[in-house]
Design a binder for this molecule. Structure first.
Ligand SMILES: [Zn+2]
Length: 462
């Protein structure tokens, strides 16, 4: 009898301290796991859906915050997106592990995690392409996995070639003047994208995301924008020219934070490819049009990088624990990167919050805007900057600010209404606003044709 009791107690104990299980999660299992984490940490999590896949599967997000469901002014929003290519599955599993880890460590009062969850609103979308995943997983079970089986969504579309192409506009504007941020969507964009892409676009438009990573597989490297190389007037050549954003040094640092905190990404030689420091400009690796990374930067305030995490797109279950241990610190450190640069409130003289005010940093031709609550976040490396806040019908305000390596510096703006009659409007090169009319027909027919030819000759990408 006492043996039975002892076995029972041991089983109970095992259940209580059961380690996180390392297995591949099919869709139902994934949903159960998200709700399990929510049930274990109900006060700091929320599960919500951003829409459905072609086959009707929900695209579930798990949110971590001390006030789930609420944006707290000056608390930045961060996101992770996994499994956009259905057959690249490591990111999906890592994000489930991360969810369980954040919950457990929060409950254990791990000070680093408590501080992260209380000071950051974290959104985790483990699978952007649940339909593709099911196809890939079924093929694995039957041992007939091709390199591309399950990559696309159920309509056969590659979701990372499915976002509106805003690069063509920005490259034109960089040369000829015009908005340098928040480029508008084409009028009929909803008809041009897949349901999963539409859900993600609506999602990233409805939160003021500051930082993001998109998790892929097939290589091991941290890839930063731009992904699409600047068009050259050379016919018949694949363009793989380094195409930096105005925030290039910052993006390189963000990518390096991940690669150096990762077990071996920073070593450079992986999967038969070499990337110095384990990072690469997307376009200098291979040019990619209509990707999610460039879209985030050009249409929203969000700085996104793309993480290629494993040579094998569908690693064996036995490798998941090792992968988790080599990515865990990197996943946490990357989230912490959202706390740098400057942030603050933009208000009028009566302390009303001003949404959509434009924050410009001299020398960096990419502005950000304040969110619905009047708060803004501008990631910056340490240094001294001249920062200007502008809003329609208000006088601009300019300050000089020195940013250190630690916590972001708080820089609030209180704008005064312009005195009527308004002086003739002047705009510097950095003062683009939403809704300004874009030049039409910036991509001639020949360039488009060329782009299609290039696409066909590309290697199978990660
Ligand atoms: Zn991929």
């Amino acid at each position: 009898m006492s043996d039975l009791v002892s076995i029972f107690l041991q089983l109970l104990l095992f259940k209580l301290v059961a380690p996180v299980t390392f297995r591949h999660h099919r869709y139902d299992d994934l949903v159960r796991t998200l709700y399990k984490v929510h049930n274990e940490c109900p006060h700091v999590t929320r599960v919500y859906s951003i829409g459905r896949s072609v086959k009707g599967r929900h695209l579930y997000v798990l949110e971590f915050s001390d006030y789930p469901g609420i944006h707290e002014p000056l608390e930045p929003e961060v996101k992770y997106v996994g499994n956009m290519h259905g057959n690249e599955v490591l990111g999906r599993e890592l994000l489930l592990q991360l969810s369980e880890f954040l919950c457990e460590e929060f409950r254990n009062r791990n000070q680093r995690i408590v501080q992260l969850v209380e000071g950051t609103r974290i959104h985790i979308l483990p699978s952007m392409n649940p339909d593709g995943y099911e196809v890939a997983a079924a093929a694995q079970d039957r041992d007939i996995s091709g390199y591309l089986v399950g990559r696309n969504n159920a309509n056969g579309v590659d979701l990372n070639r499915n976002f509106p192409d805003l690069n063509t506009y920005i490259y034109y504007n960089e040369k000829n003047g015009g908005p340098n941020h928040h480029l508008p969507l084409p009028d009929n964009w909803k008809n041009q994208v897949e349901p999963e892409t539409q859900a993600v676009i609506q999602w990233i438009r409805s939160f003021n995301f500051v930082l993001s990573a998109n998790l892929h597989g097939g290589a091991v490297v941290a890839n930063y924008p731009y992904d699409k190389s600047l068009e050259h007037r050379v016919r018949g050549f694949r363009r793989t020219a380094n195409t930096p954003t105005p925030d290039d040094t910052l993006f390189q640092k963000l990518a390096k934070v991940y690669s150096y905190a990762h077990g071996w990404m920073h070593q450079g030689w992986n999967c038969g490819d070499y990337f110095s420091d384990g990072i690469t400009n997307g376009a200098s690796w291979y040019s990619l049009s209509k990707g999610m990374q460039d879209f985030n930067y050009l249409h929203t305030n969000c700085f996104e990088i793309t993480l290629e995490l494993s040579c094998d797109k569908f690693p064996r279950q036995e490798e998941l624990q090792r992968e988790w241990l080599s990515n865990r610190e990197a996943l946490i450190q990357f989230l912490e990167q959202v706390h740098q640069g400057i942030k603050g409130m933009v208000r009028d003289e009566n302390y009303n919050n001003l949404a959509d005010a434009v924050i410009s940093v001299s020398g960096i031709n990419h502005d950000v805007t304040s969110g619905d609550h009047g708060d803004y976040f501008r990631l910056l490396l340490p240094g001294t900057y001249t920062v200007t806040a502008t809003a329609p019908r208000f006088d601009p305000e300019t300050v000089s600010v020195t940013v250190g390596p630690g916590e972001p510096k708080l820089v609030n703006f209180q704008l005064k209404r312009s005195t009527p009659p308004a002086a003739p409007k002047r705009r510097g090169p950095n003062s683009g606003h939403r809704g300004r009319v874009l030049p039409k027909k910036v991509q001639p027919r020949a360039a488009r044709k060329k782009e299609m030819m290039v696409k066909q000759s590309q290697r199978v990408p990660a």
